[in-house]
Design a binder for this molecule. Sequence first.
Ligand SMILES: NC(=O)C1=CN([C@@H]2O[C@H](COP(=O)(O)OP(=O)(O)OC[C@H]3O[C@@H](n4cnc5c(N)ncnc54)[C@H](O)[C@@H]3O)[C@@H](O)[C@H]2O)[C@@H](O)CC1
Ligand SMILES: [K+]
Length: 499
Amino acid sequence: MVMSLELLACAEMTEADRRAVAAGVSGAALMEAAGAAVARRARELWPAARRILVLAGPGANGGDGYVAARRLAERGLAVTVAALVPPERLSGDAAFMASRWSGAVTPIADADFGAADVIVDALFGAGLSRPLEGAAADAAERANASRTPILAVDVPSGLHGDLGAPLGRGPVVRAAATVTFVRPKPGHVLLPGRTLCGALTVADIGTPEAVVPSLGVATFRNRPALWSGALPRPATDGHKYRRGHALVWSGPEFMTGAARLSAFAAARVGAGAVTIAGAPAALRVHAAHVSAIMLAEAVDADGLEKLFGARRFASAVVGPGAGPGVEAAARAALDGAESAVLDADVFTAFAGRPDELAAAIRRAPARPVVLTPHEGEFARLFPDLTDGSKLDRARAAASRTGAVVALKGADTVVAAPDGRAAIADNAPPTLATAGAGDVLAGFCAGLLAQGMPAFEAAAAAVWIHGEAAAGFGPGLIADDLPHVAPAVLARLLGAPKDS
Ligand SMILES: NC(=O)C1=CN([C@@H]2O[C@H](COP(=O)(O)OP(=O)(O)OC[C@H]3O[C@@H](n4cnc5c(N)ncnc54)[C@H](O)[C@@H]3O)[C@@H](O)[C@H]2O)[C@@H](O)CC1
Ligand SMILES: [K+]
């Protein structure tokens, strides 16, 4: 099984296959290995299954299906191929693999979906060119309705590997498990694709080792290996201000919770010092709740500018529970802090004016900026960025603003202006709770304050956020997240917490 960070877009996967063939591996050998991996997985998952129905499509995905059929029949299983097109209409390697299948082939319309113990879905691969319709759509719907476990080859048919969703309104197979090849595709990780795939495994099919690194892939799963090298490690001779001073802008007195969540989060991921800045009435509320966190008066953006003028802030958070004056405060932070995280109310303030926000960000291009919108805020800020996958939209927003964009959700995408992107798959459903976004903004700011580059800081913050929630389990409220973050960090840094 392959464990790796890269996610291959469909065009990159086609290129990987082409380069493998150019390097001397035959297409038939790749297909044989792919089909064999599917057969192995079917036997591993359902050792007691006796009757297998293989749904074979018109292209190479169908070819993999014919290989799997032969391999399973060789093991004594009763295998029927239900063909979307007659085998004589196949071409290339798929035609060759169909010619090596000597068992039963039935037109797909006549297949008995209920009579199988396992269905192998080899109708279409990740690079679908149009929605499933006609006999293919019927087959997908009958397979789903049969309640027989389905093992998908490459992707559940109908799912587009780049989008993580069907093209148009076509149906999609719901798989219990999916075997893909070489590397996962974005659609295996983005939602709803991740759910439709069931348990995903990635098979090595003999593509030479050098091929994937030669492709210049820029899309990754959000895993520690992507950013742990840039994770701040406290130095023995460290000084609190060398670990970075983070500032959090507070809203008015009845909205202070959000700023405190961000502040605690920044402190718990290791910022050397954290200051909450706001109006006196708000600071009095904060004073009743904090000890290690410092408080500084800044009635408005002018006050904030004075603070930035008086001392160095390695990062600033503006947006959580910010209330009135948030646009001016965001502009002050972009000008005055060494890095900034903009969240929540900032996106409402700049709704439909992304170019003005971009201009403010680009005034100091060397300063790292992270934007952390959820889908609703993203739609308000970028009303014209509606096309493509979540990955495409986050990338477009990053390139347009010059900021790292963390487009939040159960499949948070972090995208950098240079084109790199990471998709998270570790957030449990309990993370959808009030205030969790404020904590995420604080984690980002805390890591930025310690000098972590913006893309890595945002990706790490998202991953730590997911792990903290998963580790806490049921009953999670946002206040818990900063408290469990140190255990996650201890694991990442390889130091047992009690040593
Ligand atoms: N060398 C390679 O390229 C390898 C490819 N492999 C397999 O090949 C698959 C990709 O093969 P293909 O590119 O042939 O793709 P598919 O097997 O998905 O078939 C594409 C064909 O289906 C047609 N089509 C697309 N969408 C349709 C729709 N909605 N309704 C009806 N027809 C539709 C296309 O016009 C094309 O003729 C992968 O998923 C993987 O399973 C593996 O065998 C490993 C090696
Ligand atoms: K498939």
